[in-house]
Structure formats: C-alpha cells, structure tokens
Design a protein. Structure first.
Length: 183
C-alpha cells in the first residue's frame, strides 16, 4: 500500500458532537510529522511541485516525487491550525476534500500532469475571495469529483449539475505554505 493512501487511512477524523465540526485532534505518529520538510523562508521552490527547493522542471524533482510532496503537504495540512483569513468550517472541509482527493484521484492527476498549485492551490492572502487562484480541491467544497482529464475536472454539485474546474491557476501557493507566505 502506498504511503499517501496509508497516511489518509491513518488520519481518520471523527465528527465531534459539538455543532458537527470535524475534530482534528488526531494523533499522527511522530515519525510521520518529522518527515514533513520545513522549507526555509524566501527559498526558490521547484517549478513543478512548488514545494521542494529543487530547481528541476521535470515531473520528478531531484529530491522526491510529486506524489511524495503531495503526501507530505497533506500531512502538514492535517497538523495545521486554521489560518486567520479562512472560516474554520471551510478550512476543515478543505482538509477532508484533500484526503478524499489523495485516496481517489492523486495518481491519475499526477499522470495527467496536474501541478501542485492546480490541485492544492489557494491565494496566499485572500483564499476565500480569490477563486482565480483556487486549485481543484478548494472547488470541491464537499462535492465529489466525477471525472478528471488533462485540462479539467468535473465536480458533481448538490443539485446534480456539473461544475468544471480548469487547470491554469495563477497567483496561488500550496495550502500548506499559506501561513509561510503570509508572514
């Protein structure tokens, strides 16, 4: 079983009885938290995954694969507190959607060439008010992906219609870097 799928299964979050919010007081093994890389401030990020500091433009960074960086980023999201500029309910829904994406669509998205910003991207200072910088997971908002191609994703809305999320976001950072970018 791949590491990201095991991490997604290990990160089960039961609903709390208080107002139906997600309880994020989960226990992640210390070994997994130690594996999440701390990228120093003001580094040049890899142009493909935008997470590591490699300057490679290939699908595989010189230090790790894109899927590994997505897994590390997802584990970082689980451990993060809600940023001040995002509603808590929206943030925890984003994390739940990221887990669903990682378990069902990550490999296909990687094989189709989706970049980290296009999947996990949010605007660094105004994520809720800048959909032009939102990645695929931000658009999910509790709704399932029904199809994924090289240039778009179809999301089934609560009314049954299809929302199309296109690739090519601008001015975004991976959600796990949002607090670093705001500093």
């Amino acid at each position: 079983m791949s590491r990201w799928l095991q991490a997604a299964r290990d990160a089960k979050r039961p609903l709390s009885p208080e107002m139906g919010k997600i309880d994020i007081s989960i226990s992640i093994p210390v070994q997994k938290l130690q594996k999440v890389r701390k990228v120093p401030k003001k580094q040049t990020y890899c142009s493909y995954c935008r997470y590591c500091t490699a300057l490679d433009t290939e699908k595989q960074c010189s230090t790790h694969t894109v899927l590994e960086s997505w897994t590390e980023g997802y584990l970082a999201l689980i451990g993060m507190s809600c940023p001040e500029n995002i509603r808590a309910s929206r943030w925890y829904q984003f994390i739940a959607d990221a887990g669903l994406f990682m378990s069902m669509w990550a490999e296909q998205a990687y094989n189709l060439g989706w970049m980290t910003d296009e999947v996990f991207g949010v605007h660094p200072t105004a994520p809720q008010h800048r959909p032009d910088a939102a990645g695929l997971i931000w658009f999910m908002n509790g709704m399932p992906i029904t199809a994924l191609t090289a240039d778009q994703a179809k999301i089934k809305t609560v009314t049954g219609s299809a929302l199309t999320a296109y690739r090519g976001v601008t001015n975004s950072v991976p959600a796990w870097n949002i607090i670093k970018e705001a500093q």
